[in-house]
Ligand binder design. Structure first.
Ligand code: ADP
Ligand code: GLC
Length: 481
């Protein structure tokens, strides 16, 4: 927060991931960006997350602020410190978090005690919010996704201590399932085991628990907020969300415009002069050994999963290549999809490049050098890569769902003649519509005047946090008592 700025209130953000410490997806970017964005609005935010293996040494100015005995089989200690300007509190509970592997899974798959691991995070979050931490008293607890879903429930059932609560749904596909028999062990009241409260298809879901007990529900785009009311997107929780009526809202994510800036890339460029982009493109083609004389160079930077529509690429890429296009894929995930991507690369070695893995630096070079970014998701709560695309003049070609529908202005005849288009949208998410969108991409790209307008519109489209931070601040204002 800016020095001398009046504090409007304090928020304890409870999450399982936070950039720059741990990231498996956009959740981490958002959790890591909110403290600075909200700080500029006068809301002081601290992030509570698990101390996964080797995380503690990454905090500076660290000190112990909380001890919790009997925390699901061991002691929990909370350390407060700083990383990248964020006030982070790490819940150190070696019996739950000091393990080889990712936040949710080890070499043999998902950790069997994930319900307890994240119940512990939620339990400590609720207690710290309710009781205050060395005089730092939260006005609002902000829970993110299923991993923090029990936190509002612990407040609701154990006493709120005057703390308001918000849960944000970043992805409703992950619901935090636990068997009904664990209700007592998870420190939840048995009398709340009924459909209007904790019961979920005969068991428990930490996400549902959060959705029924938090004061407010948000999700990460306005369109996803309405999609969630429909069975095909709500994934079993549509009725729960519908029942919350006006307590539900959609607030679009932003991106960190300092980190994602074409002016900070190896060959800088800007909306005033896109010249540097050509040099980045040439370097990228050389890096992957591609030969793309005239058509558009498209990229995909994504988890390789069913959600992301990656399985459609083998059906559309041959025609795209025949039309002069080229594709670079960076991602990892489903082994079958990784194999399918490698298959495309060996079929079109000069037109398709694939890098399986996670590589932040390469993703920057790809956005700086490519002409277009493809996001053919089946559902997309918000999506960040289409916004990186906008910022970089790397024209987004997206399925018209969720946050993708809210952030890209489709190059319809009307939008083109009004001079406002920023990309291409298609619907439904299938190979026919996707193929048509790629043909439209090729046609736009072949018309330099039109292409230049779309690129510049994209780069001028605001993708920072200002508007959304103001919306969160207003939401918190309404909850602070
Ligand atoms: P999701 O959270 O559903 O995966 P988002 O678009 O919200 O989707 O966020 C994904 C984030 O992860 C973006 O910042 C994207 O650039 C990044 N990302 C995904 N895969 C990779 C990868 N293989 N290498 C580098 N960054 C990646
Ligand atoms: C989830 C969603 C993604 C969203 C991100 C951050 O991972 O899949 O669409 O951008 O959360 O909110």
């Amino acid at each position: 927060m800016g020095a001398g700025m009046q504090v409007r209130g304090r928020v304890l953000s409870v999450a399982s991931e936070c950039v720059p410490l741990v990231k498996t997806g956009g959740l981490a970017d958002v959790v890591g960006a909110l403290p600075a964005a909200l700080g500029r609005m006068g809301w002081e935010m601290r992030v509570l997350m698990p101390a996964y293996r080797a995380l503690r040494p990454r905090l500076s100015a660290m000190r112990e602020v909380w001890t919790e005995d009997g925390l699901f089989g061991g002691t929990g200690t909370v350390f407060l410190g700083e990383v990248a300007g964020i006030s982070v509190m790490l819940l150190d509970a070696p019996h739950l978090y000091d393990r080889e592997g990712g936040p949710y899974a080890g070499p043999a798959g998902d950790w069997a005690d994930n319900a307890e691991r994240f119940a512990a995070l939620s339990w400590v979050g609720a207690r710290m919010a309710r009781e205050g931490i060395e005089g730092w008293k939260a006005d609002v607890l902000h829970a993110h996704d299923w991993q923090a879903g029990f936190a509002p429930a612990y407040l609701a059932y154990g006493g709120t201590g005057g703390v308001g609560s918000v849960i944000t749904v970043h992805n409703i596909a992950f619901q935090g399932w636990a068997d009904a028999g664990r209700i007592g062990a998870l420190r939840l009241p048995r009398e709340a085991f009924h459909p209007a409260a904790l019961e979920y298809y005969g068991g428990l879901s930490s996400l549902k628990a959060g959705l029924v007990t938090a004061d407010r529900i948000t999700t990460v785009s306005p369109t996803y907020a309405t999609e969630l009311l429909r069975p095909e997107y709500g994934m079993g929780l549509q009725g729960v969300i519908a029942a919350r009526g006006a307590d539900v809202s959609g607030i679009l994510n932003g991106v960190d415009t300092d980190v994602w800036s074409p002016e900070a890339e190896p060959v800088p460029y800007s909306v005033k002069s896109l010249k540097g982009k050509a040099a980045n493109r040439a370097a990228l083609c050389a890096e992957f050994g591609l030969d793309v004389p005239s058509g558009p160079l498209a990229i995909v930077v994504s988890r390789l999963t069913d959600q992301k529509g990656i399985d459609l690429l083998p059906a559309v890429v041959p025609d795209f290549v025949a039309a002069g296009g080229a594709l670079l894929v960076l991602g990892s995930g489903d082994p079958a999809l990784e194999g399918a991507m490698r298959g495309l690369e060996s079929r079109f070695p000069r037109r398709v490049g694939v890098r399986i893995g996670y590589d932040e630096g390469l993703s920057h070079r790809m956005f700086a050098g490519a002409d277009a970014v493809l996001v053919p998701s089946r559902f997309e709560p918000c999506g960040l890569t289409q916004m990186y695309g906008l910022r970089y003049g790397t024209v987004p070609v997206v399925a018209a769902v969720g946050g993708l529908a809210d952030t890209v202005i489709h190059a319809s005849p009307a939008a083109l003649s009004a001079g406002v288009a920023t990309g291409v949208q298609f619907h439904p998410t299938d190979a026919i519509a996707f193929g048509q969108a790629l043909r439209q991409l090729c046609a736009l790209h072949a018309n330099p005047a039109l292409w230049g307008v779309v690129q510049k519109n994209a780069m001028r489209h605001p993708v920072g946090w200002e508007t959304s931070a103001a919306a969160y601040a207003a939401l918190y204002d309404g909850l602070a008592r």
